[in-house]
Design a protein around this ligand. Structure first.
Ligand code: BES
Ligand code: MN
Ligand code: ZN
Length: 466
């Protein structure tokens, strides 16, 4: 799919001309009024659509009228949904050239382009019988080059992240993540096996022990000359979470290749910062390993020492993400950055609380949390703040060590956040985003296909650019 800018898309010779109509009928668009009125049932309700032949009366062969709902109810994310709807529609009728001429959506053009591109996502590389033909669809929109470029780079980052998380765990190993990081054309350091042990990352290292896959600690640096600020973004990178010796039941393990979705997000974002001309120094950090019950696996009752010297009694080997993040947080706090942001498919509890509709956000700086929530919202993601009352930490008390890695069942997303805070240096601004519910879908939703969503990518890019 290729989007081109064109000042007058409606005059182009093309297979389909997509035009819009608001429910209040206030659209001034002549064509929409003329054709939509011919179809009695078409009222311009949100996402309603209607296709007609033009019989060569205009330069387009078909017209696709899209309902926008009421003008006052329109949001950027609804426009993304409409964009994706156009893509799905034109693909289903095998159109190859499409012009989009929408009225009264000036401030939503970026969202429209994003939606069109998101709607084109599919993960069918392992299918012998591919649904789409390889021939490219060309879409013309009246949009500024800058807005289009930003939309393309953002959705491309999202696609990269989705592809990585959709890949089987047998392909997307820690070594593969490291290889992808090294090919980003940024300054990347990768530490493996014994080096991780020597870096005093006892918590991360322990999680990796049950697998024959070599763990990789990845540190990518994007450092532009004009940097106004420094941040670190950490992504949980468990390439498969079997639960370890506290093994998961089959139904819970089914999609656990998605447990590196946050790492995929970090790689997707890092890979586009140069082209986006981001004016922030960004450190991308991933502690990648598998959580497996192999014969060297870490065990319940083991005591681990994290990089900052704190000791952890292993209460449950399936609470592995926080152990890997513990060492990654210590490392990030040593970089003297203004903010540390971690993302993780961390808890089933967060998914139970917020479903697939929103990620949970926690942290120690309200201003940072508020700015992240706003950036996410503008970009089409939802972050919902959950509490970090200190009592959530009560269940983490250990007789043997400084803390346990899991507490009781209740409030599991909050107690995980409290656990993580033990590894954030005093005075370091920090936010934690639990994307367990939003990273991977069991069925198609909104403009997403089933599977990986690229959670975090659009929010972080928007945050960094702002
Ligand atoms: N990767 C899982 C969390 C998860 C669950 C992600 C569902 C995506 C969908 C995490 O490592 C995990 O197993 N968490 C446990 C923690 C518990 C043992 C304290 C959980 O949430 O059950
Ligand atoms: Mn787990
Ligand atoms: Zn996990």
């Amino acid at each position: 799919m290729k989007i081109k800018t064109n000042k007058n898309p409606k005059d182009l010779k093309c297979d389909v001309l997509a035009i819009n109509m608001f429910e209040d009928g206030k659209t001034s668009q002549e064509l929409a009024n003329k054709y939509a009125l011919e179809e009695d049932n078409f009222k311009g309700k949100f996402k309603e659509s209607y296709l007609l032949q033009t019989y060569d009366k205009i330069s387009a062969r078909k017209i696709l009228v899209i309902g926008m709902g009421k003008k006052e109810d329109l949001t950027p994310d609804k426009v993304r949904e409409i964009g994706a709807k156009i893509t799905n529609k034109v693909k289903s009728i095998k159109a190859k050239s499409v012009s989009i001429d929408f009225e009264n959506i000036e401030e939503y053009k970026g969202a429209l382009a994003e939606g069109v591109l998101i709607g084109n996502y599919k993960f069918d590389k392992y299918k012998s019988d591919k649904k789409d033909s390889e021939e490219e669809i060309e879409i013309s929109i009246d949009i500024s080059e800058d807005t289009l470029k930003r939309a393309e780079l953002t959705i491309s980052a999202m696609e990269t992240a989705r592809n990585m998380a959709n890949e089987p765990a047998a392909v997307m190993t820690p070594t593969k993540l490291a290889e992808i990081a090294q090919n980003l054309n940024l300054n990347t350091k990768v530490y493996s096996g014994y080096e991780i042990e020597e870096m005093n990352m006892g918590a991360f290292y322990a999680v990796s022990k049950g697998s024959s896959e070599d763990p990789k600690f990845i540190h990518i640096t994007y450092s532009p000359k004009n940097a106004k600020k420094k941040i670190a973004i950490i992504g949980k990178g468990i390439t498969f979470d079997s639960g370890g010796l506290n093994i998961k039941p089959a139904s819970s393990m089914l999609t656990m290749r998605d447990d590196m979705s946050a790492a995929a997000c970090v790689l997707g974002v890092m890979g586009k910062l140069k082209e986006l001309n981001a004016e922030v120094e960004v450190h991308g950090i991933i502690a990648a390993c598998e959580n497996m019950p192999g014969c060297s696996a870490y065990k319940q009752g083991d005591v681990l020492t994290a990089r900052n010297g704190k000791t952890i009694e292993v209460d449950n080997t399936d609470a592995e993400g926080r152990l890997t993040l513990a060492d990654a947080l210590c490392y990030a706090c040593e970089l003297e950055v203004d903010e540390v942001i971690d993302l993780a498919t961390l808890t089933g509890a967060c998914m139970v609380a917020l479903g697939t509709q929103a990620a949970g956000i926690f942290g120690n700086d309200q201003d940072l949390i508020d700015r992240l929530i706003k950036s996410a919202d503008e970009a089409g993601e939802r972050y919902w703040q959950l509490p970090m009352y200190k009592e959530y930490g009560d269940g983490l008390k250990s007789e043997m060590a400084d803390m346990k890695n899991s507490g009781g069942r209740w409030g599991g997303a909050s107690s995980a956040a409290i656990f993580l805070q033990n590894f954030v240096k005093d005075g370091q601004k920090w936010a934690h985003i639990d994307i367990a519910g939003t990273a991977f879908l069991d069925s198609a939703q909104k403009y997403y296909t089933k599977g990986a969503t690229g959670a975090g990518v659009r929010a972080l890019i928007n945050y960094i650019l702002k």
